[in-house]
Design a binder for this molecule. Structure first.
Ligand code: SF4
Length: 498
């Protein structure tokens, strides 16, 4: 492919200019598309900062698709926000397909917990898992929707599902029976995966990308190139993924799901086995230990909202370790004595979670992870204060370099905000990314000709009279939209004003 290929689409005489009403040629977009094309052709690493309005997504999507289709390859497009994903899926991809006539296959990849599990949906009804009428109503809503939805995506549900309801019906990796599942052939997740394997383009978010890295490439199909858009958030996403976390609410919730003495529900009430009574006692002991441990933290650090760094390992008695380890062993031996595979996977998954809780807690309390920073967060909540212990790596550069950049031949990193002091040094150092080519493209607007700055000096001040202020700016915005003929983008710094 020569540099002319993208010109055929994005150039002054290109297909977009003839087929898309209102298309404006932007040389920044063309420059970026040529550099991306070059990167795919020559297996390179590129970093591009392109100002708002460049049309970045088309500048990488078109060469990515052309290269993938021509060479029968797979390109991952990774974004940080859902908004950008939606723009790519609902605007850019249909445009490339319809107006540009490039035939290609693509798939939206979501984390497995976003898909409805038909087996768990059925089982949750049989097991009578819900305590409240609204949870039961939601279950019914999901059941009806399951017969209509093509995707099984949680986000496609016509109502906001309660987390505790989805927890019982969504796919969970460690509870999936795979090919042994009676609904495997109609499973939403496996149908989606089939589509991913045949796609040229995979749309993912940074979080899923790192889930794939952490799982040795078992989450996504093998791919040949990656474009990280919103790359300024890549470090944060990697940091979160490599981090450790344990909270009182998670641990108690997990134990309640094994056996909740108040509602008399949980895995250990559904399973029929001689050892369940003994295991329920073990859950109770673990819960008491967890409560004592987190109370100890609250006594030490107070109950008020705060975030406090642990500069050295805190002197605390980890009373959770022994009862959780005993529970893990108990669940493992229960697993061996169960007949139904469904029950076995649940027992095995619960045992694994005991192990993970203990692992994270020990790592945070002993601070034995090299280059990590550790802290405690306390937040007042209605029922009880939420206590979270966290540990995250200070630098992810080495890990990113080894696990991502050294392994993938073609990488494009882009965003509207990647440079500091007009260079990429900071971001390259933080992420360990060595680019073969660097490109900084300004915004395509001629500010001196196209911009009018308006600073109102007669609006009420924000403060005590908030309502008057809000009315004032709302009316002024309406006037400005009217005089500028619409098509207005209004940016807020405060979410509550939106
Ligand atoms: S295959 Fe796994 S995810 Fe799919 S319905 Fe069965 S258990 Fe659920």
């Amino acid at each position: 492919m020569t540099a002319k290929r993208v010109e055929n689409y994005l150039g002054t005489e290109g297909i977009l200019s003839s087929k898309l009403e209102g298309f404006e040629y932007r040389h920044q977009q063309m420059d970026m598309a040529s550099a991306v094309e070059d990167t795919f052709e020559n297996a390179r690493h590129l970093i591009v900062e392109a100002g708002t309005g460049t049309g970045k997504s088309l500048a990488y999507l078109i060469p990515a698709i052309l290269w993938a289709v021509e060479n029968n390859k797979k390109v991952v497009i990774s974004t940080y926000t859902k908004t950008l994903q939606q723009q790519i899926l609902n605007h850019d991809i249909p445009l490339i397909r319809d107006k540009l006539g490039i035939p290609f296959r693509y798939g939206l990849c979501m984390g497995n917990e976003n898909y409805l599990s038909l087996r768990r949906l059925k089982r949750s009804a049989q097991a009578g898992l819900f305590n409240h009428p609204n949870e039961e109503n939601q279950w019914e809503g999901i059941f009806n929707w399951a017969g209509e939805t093509e995707t099984g995506y949680r986000s496609d549900l016509p109502f906001e599902v309660l987390p505790q309801v989805w927890e019982e019906v969504g796919r969970q990796k460690d509870l999936c029976l795979g090919k042994n599942c009676e609904t495997h052939s109609s499973c939403f997740y496996f149908k989606a995966r089939k589509q991913w394997f045949g796609a040229h383009l995979l749309i993912v978010n940074h979080h899923l990308f790192f889930a794939n890295v952490a799982n040795a490439g078992a989450v996504l199909p093998a791919f040949d190139a990656v474009v990280f858009d919103e790359a300024q958030n890549l470090e944060e996403a990697a940091t979160q993924f490599l981090g450790l976390e344990i909270s009182n609410s998670h641990l108690i919730y997990f134990l309640d799901r094994l056996h909740n003495p108040r509602t008399k529900r949980g895995l250990l009430t559904r399973i029929d086995h001689d050892s369940v009574f003994h295991l329920r006692k073990m859950v109770m002991v673990a819960r008491q230990a967890a409560e004592a441990f987190f109370n100890q933290l609250l006594e030490e650090y107070g109950k008020n909202n705060r975030i406090l760094r642990f500069y050295k390992p805190p002197v605390l008695n980890n009373a959770i370790y022994v009862p959780l380890e005993a529970l893990r062993e108990g669940l493992k031996s229960l697993e061996g004595g169960l007949h139904l595979e469904e029950d076995r996977v649940e027992a095995s998954s619960a045992a694994e979670r005991c192990f993970e809780f203990n692992n994270s807690l020990s790592a945070i309390l002993n601070q034995h992870m090299r280059g990590y920073v550790y802290w405690i967060e306390i937040a007042q909540k209605k029922r009880f204060p939420r206590v979270v212990l966290r540990g995250v790596p200070i630098h992810v550069a080495e890990e990113l370099q080894e696990q991502v950049f050294d392994k993938i031949n073609r990488i494009i990193m882009t965003s509207a905000t990647l440079t500091t002091s007009k260079g990429f040094e900071f971001v390259k150092e933080r992420m360990g990314y060595q680019a073969d080519e660097e490109l900084v493209l300004g915004a395509p607007f001629e500010y001196s000709k196209q911009v009018l700055l308006y600073v109102p000096d007669d609006l009420p001040e924000p403060g005590d009279e908030m309502e008057i202020y809000v009315d004032g700016i709302a009316n002024r915005c309406r006037d400005l939209v009217a005089v500028s003929g619409g098509k207005t983008f209004i940016l807020f710094t405060s979410y509550s004003l939106l």
